[in-house]
Design a protein around this ligand. Structure first.
Ligand code: TRP
Length: 338
């Protein structure tokens, strides 16, 4: 039986933070190591253009994200690791799908609807600052997935709708033009922690409450020291279940250490001491990768080569699928009859 094909993309905006690490990077690298999985992982740099029109930021973020995944143990010989913009068949397919995807489907996309609603609330024109990129984004995402006939697409909850749209778009195409695409499905891992940020809300670049993954140990310590706590003094019992310090701790330790920290909180552990323990634990886990990250960031040519080779290895497949799609829709050599 063909191995299970799992595909996911990472939008290349922003610098990776602990929330990305715990919620996406660490589980994806673990699952890519399973023998029965054929993993496709790519830098969604065309998606980055939807979010940022700052060329240096887009370029820098792509470099950082590629180095991060490699430093944390992604094996490019075991996982197909490539850059979206190195696969021109994706954008070609995206146009072809655009021509059969329903506009009404796009109207229902959460990200687009939220942007329109934001404008309406601000008394702006509903289309204010909304690009066609933002509107059509689910079609590009469908092309990412369908071009490699992925079965499973591991994503966060916010992306489920997009994967379902990819499935709809594929089904519609298959119905009209004949069996062409595998129908993908979203896979959401409920065991993976959604990390809290410095202010206790979900750790997210858009809230400005993140703890950067790499950088010097001092920077990590400083960020951890900024996690919001209450005014309880050392010796006063603290509630672990409402503490971001405890929640982040849990993402880095085993069950026994979770229980122990819970007891320590209840026995009045000082916030300073809890943060010190948290820093040490997080730092122990990421320190080896940090050195490799610094090395890769200093050797961009090495990362460039890995990505190009990754693209070269998968392109025979994307070329073959696009060829099939072109013929299916009627873009055929004139010598082909019927
Ligand atoms: N849109 C996804 C996000 O913002 C990233 C992404 C782009 C993706 N293409 C994809 C995820 C294809 C899964 C499959 O998180």
């Amino acid at each position: 039986m063909a191995r299970h094909r799992v595909l996911t993309g990472i939008t290349t905006t922003g610098t990776p933070h602990l929330g990305n690490y715990v919620g996406a990077i660490r589980p994806a690298i673990e699952s890519s190591k399973q023998d029965d999985v054929d993993a496709y992982l790519f830098l969604a740099d065309y998606h980055a253009l939807i979010k940022s029109q700052d060329p240096n930021l887009v370029a820098q973020s792509s470099r950082e994200i590629a180095a991060t995944w490699l430093a944390l143990g992604l094996d490019p010989n075991q996982t197909h690791f490539y850059r979206q913009s190195d696969i021109p068949e994706i954008t070609e397919l995206s146009w072809i799908l655009t021509c059969s995807a329903a506009k009404g489907l796009m109207n229902r996309a959460h990200a687009y609807k939220a942007a329109v609603q934001g404008n309406e609330e601000a008394g702006e024109d509903p289309d204010y600052a909304i690009t066609m990129g933002l509107f059509s984004y689910p079609i590009l995402m469908a092309a990412d997935i369908l071009i490699f006939n992925a079965h499973d697409v591991p994503v966060g909850r916010d992306q489920i709708q997009h994967v379902e749209m990819a499935r709809d778009i594929a089904a519609r195409f298959n119905h009209h033009y004949g069996e062409t695409f595998v129908l993908p499905k979203a896979v959401v891992d409920d065991d993976v922690a959604v990390l809290q940020g410095l202010d206790g809300r979900k750790m997210s670049k858009s809230y400005g409450n993140t703890i950067p993954l790499f950088g010097t140990p001092k920077k990590l310590q400083k960020a951890i020291n900024k996690i919001k706590t209450n005014l309880l003094e050392p010796g006063e019992p603290k509630d672990p279940d409402t503490s971001a310090v405890f929640q982040i701790w849990c993402a880095f330790v085993d069950d026994a250490d979770r229980q122990e920290m819970r007891a320590a909180f209840e026995a009045g552990l000082a916030w300073g001491e809890a943060k010190k323990r948290l820093f040490e634990r997080v730092n122990d886990e990421i320190a080896p990768a940090r050195d490799e990250y610094d090395r890769l960031m200093a050797n961009p040519g090495e990362v460039e080569t890995i990505l190009r080779e990754g693209a070269e290895r998968v392109r025979p497949e994307s070329i073959a699928l696009l060829d099939k799609v072109r013929r299916a829709v009627g873009l055929r050599p004139f010598t082909v009859v019927g």
